[in-house]
Design a protein around this ligand. Structure first.
Ligand SMILES: Nc1ncnc2c1ncn2[C@@H]1O[C@H](COP(=O)(O)OP(=O)(O)OP(=O)(O)O)[C@@H](O)[C@H]1O
Ligand SMILES: O=c1ccn([C@@H]2O[C@H](COP(=O)(O)O)[C@@H](O)[C@H]2O)c(=O)[nH]1
Ligand SMILES: [Mg+2]
Length: 209
């Protein structure tokens, strides 16, 4: 006979429940360096990086029926409806074959957050928050040169406003649950990654190939 904890961990049919994937939300203002640091974390710690913005941009390119709506929202710096973004994230998680994910740039508002937790049943292990002042983020975005339709001063200002009004409350929500790991993002990339490494810890490092 198993322990009480083992019994509680079994489904109605007596089988062990599926283990939930580990999810870390990577948040911060536009241009704070989320994607840059996620690339390093992937190399070092073996997570799969899912940028919600990249998934939405790929959906536009795929010719999906939602493409025009997504493109218009991104040009305006607005937040795409949760059901669209969550479906893309769920599909990418399934296709990855991995069980640990950096979800970058999502959830962007309270509705995103609640819908993700309701639909997937997943709560983040923690939230990595890259803290960067607007003037530095603006400089980085205007110099990014990746041809993004939203890297122009007019859309950048709208994105900053949406971040302050809608995304910061999500960070505050997780902060109240002591889940936020805040990083000073106004330093050289390598120095920031040293702080990131401390948060993930040496025991989570990938073994050398
Ligand atoms: N610590 C840093 N110092 C200077 N430049 C940086 C730093 N980190 C990233 N950058 C540069 O700033 C730009 C924005 O970085 P990145 O794309 O990683 O930000 P992001 O948070 O993912 O932005 P977005 O929210 O728009 O997707 C890139 O050109 C990147 O090379
Ligand atoms: O969860 C999300 C993520 C992104 N968007 C839209 O995409 C752009 C660009 O996002 P980046 O994270 O900067 O790549 C963002 O301004 C939103 O318009 C979204 O709606 N929901
Ligand atoms: Mg990014």
């Amino acid at each position: 006979m198993g322990t009480v904890v083992e019994a509680a961990n079994k489904n109605a049919n007596g089988s062990a429940p599926e283990k939930k994937p580990t999810v870390i939300f990577v948040l911060g203002g536009p241009g704070s360096g989320k994607g840059t640091q996620c690339a390093n974390i992937v190399q070092h710690f073996g997570y799969t990086h899912l940028s919600a913005g990249d998934l939405l941009r790929a959906e536009i390119k795929s010719g999906s029926e939602n493409g025009t709506m997504i493109q218009n929202m991104i040009k305006e710096g607005k937040i795409v409806p949760s059901e669209v973004t969550i479906k893309l994230l769920q599909r990418a998680m399934q296709e990855s074959g991995n069980d640990k994910f950096l979800i970058d740039g999502f959830p962007r508002n309270e509705e995103n957050r609640a819908a993700f937790e309701r639909v997937t049943g997943i709560e983040p292990a923690f939230v990595l928050y890259f803290d960067c002042p607007e003037e530095e983020m603006e400089r980085r975005l205007l110099n990014r040169n990746q041809g993004r339709e939203d890297d122009n001063i007019e859309t950048i200002r709208k994105r900053f406003k949406v971040f302050l009004e809608s995304s910061l409350p999500v960070i505050n929500y997780y902060d109240a649950k002591e889940k936020v790991r805040k990083i000073d993002a106004v330093r050289p990339i390598e120095e920031i990654f040293e702080s990131v490494k401390v948060i993930f810890g040496p025991k989570n490092e990938k073994k050398a190939d």
